[in-house]
Write a protein that binds this ligand. Sequence first.
Ligand SMILES: CC(C)(COP(=O)(O)OP(=O)(O)OC[C@H]1O[C@@H](n2cnc3c(N)ncnc32)[C@H](O)[C@@H]1OP(=O)(O)O)[C@@H](O)C(=O)NCCC(=O)NCCS
Length: 146
Amino acid sequence: MVLEEITDENWRDVADVAPADDRRRFVAALGARYPLLSQRGGLWNSLGVQAGDEVVGHVMWAYDDEDGTHWIGGMIVNAEEQGRGVGRAAVRALLRRLAALRDCREVRLSYHPDNAPAALYKSLGFEPTGDFEDEEVVVALSATTA
Ligand SMILES: CC(C)(COP(=O)(O)OP(=O)(O)OC[C@H]1O[C@@H](n2cnc3c(N)ncnc32)[C@H](O)[C@@H]1OP(=O)(O)O)[C@@H](O)C(=O)NCCC(=O)NCCS
């Protein structure tokens, strides 16, 4: 599993990434919107999650210059690939990438409390900050732990 920048070759496959129907309520947008947000917004950076020759997921990151933290968002693994370790490998790879950045001291993300697979983040060491974003719990991991 590798994380790939969005390119002329892979953008269609990244835009097509879609979770299982019963998981859609846990993401703010489906695949296509996240790469557009990254392209247009000047904040988020989309990455394709590639397994072998195939794009199987999407994840993105951002730097919040208000509080000096890095954020992970837009984590989606294609429905047929879910539950096989892709999400865990992708988050770990992104954590390594972010922790290597000179200005990275803390990585944050948010998830809906009813989203069972979000147990993934707890198992990687993320801890609640006490903050909420809309209905989502905000958790954080120190870059030295990542
Ligand atoms: C959340 C998501 C990205 C996880 O990716 P994944 O490839 O399915 O996850 P993995 O197979 O790597 O599993 C990682 C951990 O998640 C948990 N998990 C995965 N699927 C689960 C399920 N259906 N129920 C409960 N826990 C589950 C397990 O703790 C698992 O840990 P384990 O490896 O010790 O068993 C994926 O399910 C998804 O795209 N969901 C829809 C979109 C979404 O909710 N995104 C996250 C928003 S924060």
